[in-house]
Design a protein around this ligand. Structure first.
Ligand code: ADP
Ligand code: NI
Length: 223
């Protein structure tokens, strides 16, 4: 099968798997990650096929959307075995998918350039205007508050309490989003992350101004 045909099949498979998701892993998240990964792969001279395929499949195995990590992994493994002959590529893609999730910052660093690229692309989609939108969408999906001034961000998150339900959307900025800039792998990823980081800081400043009905904002508007 040609690499184009495999990519089309992967796209169909992922659309079927994620069609009902409203936790921030919908098809359009996958599509943004795939496009960004291919862009970075071109800049970095990496294997574009591996980057694109791993991007397409990266959230099918997510433990939030499966009964267990193993079940998610096996779903992707099964698909790859049926649709790809090249064992080397299968292993590369599986290696990327099994180690790339944020997981509260507890996973080991990516050990291939392609893995670093797909991870950067996924992390970039958790930042900036879209990252903010996804955070509030996720908090709503989980039944969490958007903000609670009495609920302070947690400094040290274990794997278990990273996924627990006690957080708020605003706390997620401190618990994850503001850490991403320092975790980027590629030079190109670092530059975009830095820009999106600044945007999120500005957003929070305005959020707090509105929350407090701050005089500053009224002064800005000459009111
Ligand atoms: P990804 O697919 O980018 O690896 P996750 O699976 O960790 O991301 O989460 C999906 C989206 O929801 C991301 O934008 C992430 O920042 C956001 N998110 C994850 N955990 C929380 C949380 N506890 N509160 C709010 N948003 C969250
Ligand atoms: Ni993702």
């Amino acid at each position: 099968m040609s690499s184009c045909a495999i990519m089309d099949r992967a796209e169909q498979f992922v659309k079927e798997q994620l069609q009902n998701d409203s936790s921030g892993h919908d098809w359009w998240h996958i599509d943004r990650v795939r496009k960004m990964a291919v862009k970075i792969a071109k800049k970095e001279g990496a294997n574009e096929f591996v980057c694109e395929l791993a991007s397409l499949l990266h959230d099918v195995a997510d433990e939030k959307l499966n009964s267990s990590k193993e079940a998610g992994f096996n779903k992707v493994y099964g698909w790859l075995e049926t649709n790809l002959v090249d064992v080397h590529t299968i292993n590369e893609v599986l290696n990327i998918i099994s180690t790339m999730s944020y997981n509260g910052g507890h996973n080991p660093p990516m050990n291939t350039l392609e893995g670093q690229i797909v991870q950067d692309a996924d992390r970039l989609d958790a930042m900036g205007a879209i990252g903010i939108a996804r955070t509030f969408a996720y908090a709503g999906w989980k039944g969490q508050f958007m903000y609670d001034p009495d609920n302070k961000p947690r400094d040290d998150l274990s794997e278990e309490n990273y996924r627990d339900t006690k957080g708020t959307a605003i706390n997620h900025f401190y618990e994850k989003l503001f850490k991403l800039k320092g975790l980027m792998n590629t030079e190109w990823g670092k530059k975009i992350a830095s820009y999106r980081h600044q945007y999120m800081e500005c957003y929070l400043l305005q959020f707090y101004k509105e929350w407090e009905s701050a005089d500053e904002e009224l002064e800005d508007l000459n009111l």
